[in-house]
Design a protein around this ligand. Structure first.
Ligand SMILES: Nc1nc2c(ncn2[C@@H]2O[C@H](COP(=O)(O)OP(=O)(O)OP(=O)(O)O)[C@@H](O)[C@H]2O)c(=O)[nH]1
Ligand SMILES: [Mg+2]
Length: 709
C-alpha cells in the first residue's frame, strides 16, 4: 500500500443510533473504493466490519472497527461504531482519535435518542461533524422531517449540501448544492451520472446554493469580502469556508444516502477528501501536563492506544493513532504509565478482521500491532525524544453492577485476572472484589454490555460464569440492653478448656454515661473498620477473671461482630460490659475465653431486640418532564422516600432516598421509561433500619444457610 502523508489522511468515525446504517455504509464505502470486491450485508453476516461472532448473533455492531478506503488521492480511515449506548466506550474511544464525525440519521425516524447521547461526546471533543441522512430509499423515509429535527437539535449550523428529488423506493437522484449538479444513480446504485439540474428544481437549488455560499463565507473575513465583491464563491473558496466552519462547529454539512442501495457514498467520500479536516488541520492535542502536541511528521514518534482487544487465535491486538512522527516496524517505545518498554513488531492497517501489513505509518494515521504486553487502552507510547502522556480518554462511570461467579470453582482465581484484562481492554467495565460481601463485582454500562462480557469470557477466555445479584452489605445492631452468660468447658482427656463469662450489651451512642450498678475498671473504644463503634468495659471485680484473658474475650466478641448473629453482616454500635465469670486454675486459657466471649455475645445479641440496618443511597434522577410521573412511581415501588424536586432547563430532577437492595436494574428501568434520556446519580447516604417483615425474611434465609454448613 502507498504510504500517505499526514495531509492526505482523513480519519472519520461513523456514529449514530442503533440500526441507522453505519456498518452498511462502511461496507458500501469500501466496496466503492475497490477495497472489497463483494459488498456484504448485515443480514448475510458477511460485512468486513461486523466480523465478531457476537455481532453476527445479535445482528448489530458491538465493537468499534477500523477500516480504510483509498479514494482519489486520499486515505480515509473509517471507524464503524456500535449504536447501542451499552457500548458507548467503543464510540468515545473512536471519536477521540478521529478528526471528523459522520453522524448517520435514519430518515425513517429523524433524530433518535441514541443520537443525542452520542452527540454529547462529539461536542465535548469538538469534532467537525457531517450529518448523513440515510435510509432515503425506505418507503417510510421522511427527508424534510429529519432535516427539521436535525435543525432543532443541532441548531443553525445544519447546512444542506444535498437534497433528494424523491424519497422511498423511487429514490435515485440527489441535487448537489456545492457542485450544482444532479447525481442520478443506476438502479443497482454505484457510480452516478452527472446531469444538469432539471428546470423544475433550479429555483429551489439556486436558493439553497446561495444559503450555502453565505454559510461558507461567514467563517472567514476574506471570504466574506470576496462574496460581497463577486456575489458568489468558487468551489475552492466554498470548500475553504466550509472546512473552517466545520472546525468551529458553525457548519454541519448534510448529505443524502442510501447505504443499502449504494447511493451517495462516493460523493460523501469526495467531500471528506476535499473538505473534511485532516489530523494536521486540527487543534493540538493536550498532554496531561497541559502542554500541546501538534500532529506533525517532524517530531519524535508518539502513539496513542485507543483500543485493545484480545482476539481468539491471535492474541492481544492494540489499535493506535500515530500522534506525531513516523512509525516503522521494530521501533522501540516507552510507556510511562506502566514503566515498560514496548517494541513494535509487525505493523498493520485493519479492514475489520483483515490485517494488511504496512512498512510505515505517518502522523495522523491509524494502525494496529500485536503482542504489546504492558500497554492498555488510553496509554501513550513515546519513542526516543518524546515524553509525557496524552490526556487519556475519559470514560463514563458504569451504570449497573452484578456479582460474578465462575461456574467451575477452580477458575475463581483466574477469573479475577481475566476480568482485570477485560477492564484494561474496555475501561467502561470495572471489576472490584468486595471484601465485606466476599463477592467479585462487575460494573458495566447496561445489560447488553454484561451479556457481551459474558460472551467474551466464554468464547475468548473459555470461562463459564454466572451473574448473580450482589449481596447487600447490611449492618446489625441492637435496640435494648440484654445480658447473657456462657460457660465453655471441655474436659475429655488431655488438657481441658474452661472459661465462663457474664456479659451485658447495650446500644451504644457517643457520650453515654457509664453503668451505675457495676464498677468500670477499664474502657476500650474500638473504631470499627466497617463504621460505628464497639466499646468494651472491663467490670470484673475480685479477680474472678484474670485480666490477661480480657483480650481473648474482646477477640471473641469482635469475631462475632464481624459475622453478626442475624445475617452474618457486620455489627456496629454496641457497648459490651463483662461483669462476672469464672476461671479454672489449670484449664483456663485464651481459646476458652474467646469462645465464652463469643457465645455470650451471641446469646445476649438475640435477646437485645436486634435490628438490621441497610445502606440507603441518595438517588438523583434527571429526566424530561413528561416521564416524571412514571419515574416517581418506579421510585416508589422501590421503597424510596422522595426528598424533593428541582428543575434544570427543560429537565426535572427528583431527589430520593432509596435502599441499595432496591436499586437493582434501576438504570434499565429508567432507560425504558425515558428512552435513554434520563440520567441518574447515586451516592451512599446512610444506614437505616430494615422494615420488620424484610428483616424476618433475611434472618430466616441466613439461618437456613447456617444450617447447611
Ligand atoms: N432501506 C435501507 N435499509 C438500510 C439502509 N442502510 C442500512 N439499512 C438496513 O438497516 C439495518 C441496520 O443496518 P446496519 O448497517 O447494521 O446499522 P448500524 O447503524 O451499523 O447498526 P448498529 O451497529 O446496530 O448500531 C440493516 O438491516 C440494513 O440492511 C438504507 O440506506 N436503506
Ligand atoms: Mg453496525
Amino acid at each position: 500500500m502507498k504510504t500517505y502523508d499526514e495531509k492526505h489522511i482523513k480519519n472519520v468515525v461513523l456514529i449514530g443510533s442503533a440500526k441507522s446504517g453505519k456498518t452498511t455504509l462502511a461496507e458500501t464505502m469500501l466496496f466503492e473504493a475497490g477495497i472489497t470486491g463483494r459488498r456484504g450485508s448485515v443480514e448475510e453476516k458477511n460485512t468486513l466490519s461486523d466480523y465478531h461472532e457476537i455481532e453476527h448473533e445479535r445482528g448489530s455492531s458491538v465493537y468499534a472497527t477500523p477500516l480504510h478506503t483509498e479514494w482519489k488521492d486520499y486515505k480515509i480511515n473509517i471507524i464503524d461504531t456500535p449504536g447501542l449506548d451499552d457500548f458507548i466506550g467503543e464510540v468515545i474511544a473512536a471519536i477521540r482519535v478521529c478528526d471528523t464525525a459522520v453522524i448517520l440519521l435514519n430518515a425513517q425516524h429523524g433524530v433518535e435518542i441514541g443520537t443525542e447521547i452520542i452527540f454529547d461526546y462529539v461536542d465535548r471533543y469538538q469534532r467537525p461533524t457531517i450529518l448523513a441522512i440515510n435510509h432515503l430509499d425506505h418507503e417510510k423515509a421522511d427527508f424534510q422531517n429529519t432535516l427539521e429535527e436535525a435543525k432543532n437539535f443541532f441548531g443553525p449550523a445544519v447546512t444542506l449540501m444535498q437534497y433528494p428529488i424523491e424519497t422511498g423506493p423511487g429514490f435515485n437522484a440527489i441535487i448537489d448544492l456545492l457542485k450544482m449538479t444532479m447525481y442520478k444513480f443506476p438502479a443497482g446504485g454505484g457510480k452516478p451520472e452527472k446531469l444538469p439540474i432539471p428546470e423544475s428544481e433550479l429555483e429551489r437549488a439556486n436558493q439553497l446554493h446561495n444559503e450555502l455560499v453565505e454559510k461558507a463565507a461567514e467563517n472567514d473575513e476574506k471570504l466574506m469580502e470576496l462574496y460581497f465583491e463577486k456575489g458568489n464563491l468558487d468551489e475552492d473558496e466554498l470548500r475553504e469556508g466550509l472546512k473552517l466552519g466545520m472546525m468551529n462547529h458553525h457548519v454541519f454539512p448534510v448529505f443524502c444516502l442510501s447505504a443499502k442501495k449504494d447511493m451517495g457514498s462516493g460523493r460523501l467520500m469526495g467531500f471528506i477528501d476535499n473538505v473534511a479536516p485532516s489530523a494536521v488541520d486540527m487543534p493540538a492535542e493536550m498532554l496531561e501536563d497541559g502542554s500541546a502536541l501538534k500532529c506533525t511528521v517532524q517530531a519524535p514518534t508518539r502513539l496513542f492506544v485507543f483500543k485493545t482487544l484480545v482476539e481468539p487465535h491471535l492474541g492481544k491486538l492494540s489499535l493506535f493513532k500515530v500522534m506525531s512522527g513516523e512509525l516503522t516496524p521494530g521501533m522501540d517505545f516507552y510507556n510511562e504509565k506502566t514503566n515498560t518498554n514496548e517494541r513494535i513488531g509487525q505493523l498493520f492497517i485493519l479492514d475489520g478482521k483483515n490485517r494488511n501489513a504496512v512498512e510505515s505509518l505517518k502522523a495522523g494515521d491509524i494502525g494496529a500491532t500485536l503482542k504489546m504486553k504492558n500497554t492498555r487502552t488510553s496509554d501513550t507510547l513515546n519513542a526516543k525524544g518524546a515524553t509525557g502522556n496524552i490526556d487519556p480518554i475519559h470514560f463514563p462511570d458504569p451504570k449497573i453492577r452484578m456479582a460474578i461467579l465462575a461456574k467451575n470453582k477452580a477458575d475463581d482465581e483466574k477469573l479475577g485476572e481475566v476480568l482485570h484484562e477485560i477492564h484494561a481492554e474496555d475501561p467502561t467495565i470495572v471489576v472490584q472484589y468486595d471484601k465485606e460481601t466476599r463477592q467479585l463485582l462487575l460494573y458495566a454500562q447496561g445489560e447488553l454490555h454484561l451479556t457481551a462480557t459474558k460472551w467474551r469470557l466464554q468464547h475468548v477466555y473459555k470461562m463459564d460464569i454466572d451473574f448473580i445479584k450482589p449481596r447487600i452489605p447490611y449492618r446489625e445492631t441492637i435496640q435494648r440492653i440484654a445480658e447473657a452468660s456462657y460457660r465453655h468447658k471441655k474436659q475429655s482427656g488431655g488438657a481441658g478448656q474452661f472459661g465462663e463469662v457474664y456479659m451485658r450489651i447495650e446500644p451504644y451512642h457517643d457520650g453515654m454515661p457509664n453503668p451505675k450498678d457495676i464498677t468500670v475498671r477499664d474502657t476500650e473504644v474500638h473504631e470499627l473498620p466497617w463504621g460505628g463503634k464497639m466499646v468494651f468495659l472491663n467490670c470484673i471485680t475480685g479477680g474472678v477473671i484474670d485480666s490477661r484473658f480480657m483480650p481473648s474475650i474482646v477477640k471473641g466478641v469482635m469475631e462475632k461482630m464481624s459475622e453478626g448473629p442475624l445475617t452474618g453482616s457486620y455489627v456496629r454500635d454496641v457497648r459490651v460490659s463483662v461483669y462476672d465469670g469464672k476461671m479454672h486454675p489449670v484449664d483456663s486459657n485464651d481459646i476458652s475465653f474467646k469462645i465464652a466471649g463469643m457465645m455470650a455475645f451471641k446469646e445476649a445479641f438475640h435477646a437485645a431486640e436486634p435490628q438490621l440496618l441497610e445502606p440507603i443511597f441518595d438517588v438523583e434522577t434527571e429526566a424530561p418532564e413528561q416521564v416524571m410521573g412514571d419515574i416517581m412511581s418506579e421510585l416508589q415501588t422501590r421503597r424510596s422516600i422522595i426528598m424533593g424536586m428541582d428543575s434544570r432547563g427543560s429537565f426535572q430532577i427528583i431527589k430520593a432516598r432509596t435502599p441499595l437492595a432496591e436499586l437493582d436494574k434501576f438504570n434499565s428501568a429508567l432507560r425504558s421509561i425515558a428512552q435513554g434520556r434520563a440520567k441518574v446519580k447515586v451516592n451512599f447516604a446512610e444506614y437505616a433500619t430494615v422494615p420488620g417483615e424484610l428483616q424476618k425474611k433475611l434472618t430466616e434465609e441466613y439461618r437456613k444457610t447456617e444450617q447447611e454448613y
